[in-house]
Write a protein that binds this ligand. Structure first.
Ligand code: ATP
Length: 229
């Protein structure tokens, strides 16, 4: 399999506060990779760095053969990064359909494919996004990222704060995306769901990658040490 994303020696800071000290991460085409670690260890900062949202990063971020270091976020997005950020931001005054089409880029993913993945969105196509439940808004944000036909889908805490039934719908959708060959980088707190989904894991501890491997190789000891479970 070809390498889609390679991050090496990545550092990043918020002003004078350094948050990343050497992140290593590799995603091959078609792989689903979990970025793991306790709260505050640098998962979101790593994602923001990849997506061009942290100024002054150093190190290597190679994506589909191009260096992303120093690229602004709109250019990184155009290169094929589909980000579903923490915190579910929809355009509240636009309809579901308008939210989906606002940033669409031609490709295999269009409205019919998104509606097929999330039938609830199709039923609510003409409603304003502000009237959706939290879970439906999350589906909308995922759908919007898919409408950009990304080479890599990045999900940062996509199931956080949702009712169990809705979480299951989202996990089912992510499994479908994987089965269709989508490359995915995912951060999520539900370890059990995560480990049954992903091909590879990278664990961060205080801004550094401290462990890389397949879910089967993640022993209780490693989970205890780095994930606090
Ligand atoms: P969580 O699971 O809580 O979201 P995380 O692993 O995603 O955690 P980050 O949000 O990347 O961790 O935070 C990494 C470090 O950077 C933490 O020490 C955090 O306090 C710091 N940090 C994050 N955002 C900012 C900010 N806007 N300004 C200053 N420091 C920040």
């Amino acid at each position: 399999m070809k390498t889609l994303l390679k991050v090496a020696d990545l550092t990043a800071s918020y002003g004078k506060i350094q948050a990343l000290f050497g992140v290593e991460l590799e995603i091959k085409s078609g792989e689903v990779v979990a970025l793991m670690g306790r709260n505050g260890m640098g998962k979101t900062t790593t994602i923001k760095s990849i997506c061009g949202m942290m100024s002054g990063c150093t190190g290597q971020i190679e994506f589909a053969g191009t260096s992303l270091i120093g690229l602004p976020s709109f250019k990184a997005a155009r290169m094929g990064l589909g980000l579903v950020p923490e915190g579910r931001r929809v355009f509240p005054n636009l309809s579901v359909r308008e939210n989906l089409t606002a940033a669409a880029i031609d490709g295999a993913w269009g409205l019919p494919q998104v509606y097929n993945l999330f039938p609830r969105l199709s039923e609510r196509e003409h409603q304003s996004a502000s009237t959706l439940s939290g879970g439906e808004q999350q589906m909308l944000v995922i759908g919007r990222a898919l409408m950009t036909n990304p080479k890599l889908l990045i999900l940062d805490e996509a199931t956080e704060g949702l009712a169990p039934v809705i979480r299951q719908e989202i996990w089912a959708a992510i499994h479908k995306l994987k089965a269709e060959g989508m490359s995915i980088l995912i951060v999520d707190k539900t370890l059990k769901e995560l480990l049954s989904l992903v091909d590879q894991c990278a664990i961060l501890e205080r801004g550094r990658t401290v462990w890389n491997g397949a879910p089967n190789d993640l022993t209780d000891e490693i989970a205890n040490q780095y994930l606090g479970v």
